[in-house]
Write a protein that binds this ligand. Structure first.
Ligand SMILES: [Zn+2]
Length: 164
C-alpha cells in the first residue's frame, strides 16, 4: 500500500511532485507541530518528511516513521524519499493526484472544460483532467514533457539507467 506522506511546510515543492506520482500526500504547510503529531498518530502508515531536525528527532523518539530530507535539487530530494520508501517513480495519469490539493483527477472531455481553458489550449490539446476537489484543470501540454524529463532524471539517480 502506498503510504500517506506528511510533508511539512518547508517542502511544498516536494509534496507537489509526490502527488504527481500518485502518492497520497498531506502538505502540512499550515499545521502546527502538535497538529502534525496528531496526524501521525491517526494514520499508522504515515511517514513524516521534514527539513526540521528537531521535529524529525521528536517524531522518531515518539516511534513514528520520519525522514529528514536533505536540502538539494528536487530530483535528488525525490530519489532520496522514493528510495527509502521503496516506491518506483512512474508517471501514470490515471493515478496522478492534483498537485495543488492532493485529490483525485478525472479525465474530462474538451466540452467540459471549454469555459476554464484558454482557446489556444483547447485547440491544441486533446487530453484534459480535472481535480474533483478544487476544480483545477490540467492538460498534456509542454509542461507535461518537463515533468516526464524530471521523472526520468529521478529514475536515473535511483537506478543508474533510464528505461524507455
Ligand atoms: Zn485540486
Amino acid at each position: 500500500m502506498t503510504p500517506i506522506i506528511l510533508v511539512d511546510g518547508m517542502l511544498g515543492k516536494l509534496s507537489k511532485w509526490l502527488r504527481i506520482l500518485g502518492i497520497k500526500t498531506l502538505y502540512a504547510g499550515t499545521l502546527t507541530d502538535n497538529e502534525i503529531e496528531r496526524e501521525l498518530e491517526k494514520h499508522s502508515q504515515t511517514v513524516l518528511l521534514t527539513r526540521d531536525r528537531e521535529l524529525y528527532r521528536h517524531a522518531i523518539s515518539m516511534g513514528y516513521s520520519a525522514l529528514f530530507v536533505p536540502e538539494a535539487p528536487i530530483e535528488d530530494q525525490l530519489s532520496f524519499v522514493l528510495k527509502r520508501l521503496d516506491i518506483e517513480p512512474v508517471l501514470d495519469m490515471s493515478r496522478t493526484l492534483c498537485p495543488l490539493c492532493g485529490s483525485k483527477l478525472v479525465r474530462v472531455s474538451r466540452e467540459e472544460v471549454v469555459k476554464e481553458v484558454p482557446r489556444g489550449v483547447l485547440d491544441r490539446y486533446e487530453e484534459f483532467y480535472k481535480c474533483m476537489n478544487c476544480g483545477q484543470v490540467y492538460w498534456r501540454g509542454t509542461h507535461f514533457y518537463e515533468i516526464e524529463k524530471t521523472i526520468e532524471k529521478v529514475r536515473l539517480i535511483m537506478y543508474g539507467k533510464v528505461e524507455c
